[in-house]
Design a protein around this ligand. Structure first.
Ligand code: PHE
Length: 501
């Protein structure tokens, strides 16, 4: 039979009775281990080699472990200094023993606790007594440090202890033992020739033109490859970028603005009465420092106050509830990014805007919620609005349908709801891919005249706030938002999850 040169060499180097590791075979045939791994997989698939895989635990010394290997374990050094100081006969002052031991900083505490644990002596009332019969030369942890350094097998319980002390790190690796199968023997006896197949493109191959007639070996794209776990953008951040791309593709421009903002922009501009329950510390995080924002546009403040007190338009009523500028100046972590929409719509951020306009942001918001599977104290909101003449709820539904379709979500449901600043308003739902439950993914509506008129906008504005984490729940099937955020997130999830396009 014909085989590529490396496979032929590996086959010839393999033996029926003596299992060999990839490393040993690589040395025997003088090729890179990854090249040999590829050849071994091909040969085992063809039934010519047998591969036995086993997970092997190994250990290596940490920097601290290596230091103790050279200088001795701190508790051993303490014992030696104590013996020097005569502490086997009568207790010696601890300060003097520690000084003589040359231990410094955190090593003193490490020495003291392990000294007692190992029965090298006792520490009492500022004195040290050394056990006369302690044998520090036989210290199993010291012995294990040397064994690990030499690449040998130290007892598992001692390794556990050294790992707890941060002196060794343990790793797992797959060891492959390769043997020749009966079929392999038969083929070798019948004669194996190296095929002409070219497995890599070389400069000679290119310059001589020989590549034209060369027969290229096939690549096995399914073979194991070395795993590279480099730094990577978090999947949530990647999805945020993807959302931005989609919205820019739909003609939107990005808004930006402060995370901590005046209540004026967060609430008052949205026609939220100052005694609204959502404006208490039960819901929002207020900042003590700075306690207020000095600069608010005076004419806008006046118009917003009038809307709150008297309402807007002929039939306007207003809230008749207390309204003070002091409350409007208070600083909160924004509970929604609709504060940005208020800033942009008012002309405060980028000047007066003429319709049509489309703006968005994908930014963090903060809420004093109770942490559970679907709520976090901070999350990313996908804010957006469209300013145009004659907008209707149909336009809003159409925009969402188009947006979510980009993420493969085509089963949106809409439900009427209430917001102080929109009328009509509706919530959006999608179906969870594994549980089949309806998940709320956003809130939206058409801004009320009581909000728009004081801001100086006389076109229609439809707007929304969608939750980025909920979008991710639908695209990736998470049931708990804490699988995506925070310290409990699985590392392999962060490494392996693909962003949905
Ligand atoms: N601010 C709303 C929220 O946080 C979302 C929203 C924005 C609703 C704009 C309507 C219009 O839930």
């Amino acid at each position: 039979m014909k085989l590529p040169a490396v496979q032929k060499a590996v086959l010839e180097a393999a033996s029926t009775d003596e299992a060999q590791t990839i490393a040993a075979l690589a040395e025997a045939v003088d090729e890179l281990p990854e090249t040999v791994t590829g050849a071994v997989f091909e040969l085992s698939e063809a039934g010519l080699l047998a591969v036995d895989e086993r997970i092997e635990g190994t250990a290596t010394l940490t920097d601290e472990g290596r230091e103790y290997l050279v200088d001795g374990l701190p508790e051993v050094r303490l014992y030696e200094a104590a013996v020097e100081a005569g502490a086997t006969d009568s207790p010696a002052p601890m300060g003097a023993v520690v000084d003589a031991s040359d231990l410094a900083g955190p090593q003193v505490n490490i020495a003291l606790s392990n000294f007692a644990r190992k029965g090298y002596g006792t520490i009492e009332g500022g004195t040290v007594s050394a056990a006369p019969d302690a044998d520090t030369d036989a210290d199993p942890e010291a012995a294990a440090l040397s064994t690990v350094e030499a690449g040998g097998d130290a007892p598992a319980d001692v390794l556990d202890q050294l790992e707890r002390r941060g002196l060794v790190e343990r790793h797992e690796r797959t060891v492959r033992a390769v043997t020749l199968t009966d079929r392999g023997v038969t083929e070798l006896m019948a004669g194996v020739e190296a095929s002409e197949g070219v497995d890599r493109v070389t400069p000679e191959l290119l310059t001589s033109g020989a590549w034209r007639d060369a027969e290229f070996a096939e690549y096995n794209v399914e073979a194991d490859a070395a795993e590279l776990a480099g730094g990577k953008v978090h999947v949530l951040r990647q999805t945020a970028e993807r959302v931005k791309d989609v919205l820019v593709g739909m003609g939107f421009q990005e808004m930006e603005g402060p995370h901590a903002d005046a209540e004026f922009w967060i609430n008052d501009c949205l026609f939220m009465p100052q005694d609204h329950p959502a404006r208490t510390h039960w819901d929002q995080f207020a900042l003590a420092e700075p306690s207020e924002i000095a600069e608010l546009p005076a004419d806008l403040v006046e118009r917003v106050e009038r809307a709150h007190r008297e309402g807007v338009g002929e039939a306007g009523g207003g809230y008749h509830s207390p309204w003070t500028e002091a409350v409007a100046r208070g600083v909160d972590l924004r509970g929604h990014t609709t504060s940005l929409s208020a800033r942009y719509l008012s002309g405060e951020q980028v000047g007066e805007l003429e319709p049509p306009q489309r703006f968005f942001s994908v930014e963090k918001v903060y809420r004093n919620d109770t942490l559970d599977a679907t709520h976090l104290l901070e999350f990313f909101q996908i804010e957006g609005w469209v300013m145009a003449e004659g907008l209707s709820v149909r336009d809003l539904m159409g925009t969402f349908t188009e947006f979510y379709a980009q993420f493969g979500i085509t089963d949106l449901r809409f439900k009427p709801t209430y917001n102080p600043y929109t009328e009509p308003s509706f919530e959006l739902f999608g179906t969870h891919p594994t549980t089949g439950e309806l998940v709320e993914i956003g809130n939206s509506g058409i801004f009320r005249p009581e909000m728009l008129e004081p801001l100086g906008v006389d076109a229609d504005v439809m707007a929304w706030g969608l939750a980025l984490e909920r979008l991710l729940m639908l695209t990736h099937g998470f049931e708990d938002i804490r699988d995506v955020h925070g310290t409990l997130v699985d590392l392999s999830f962060l490494r392996d999850t693909a962003v949905v396009y």
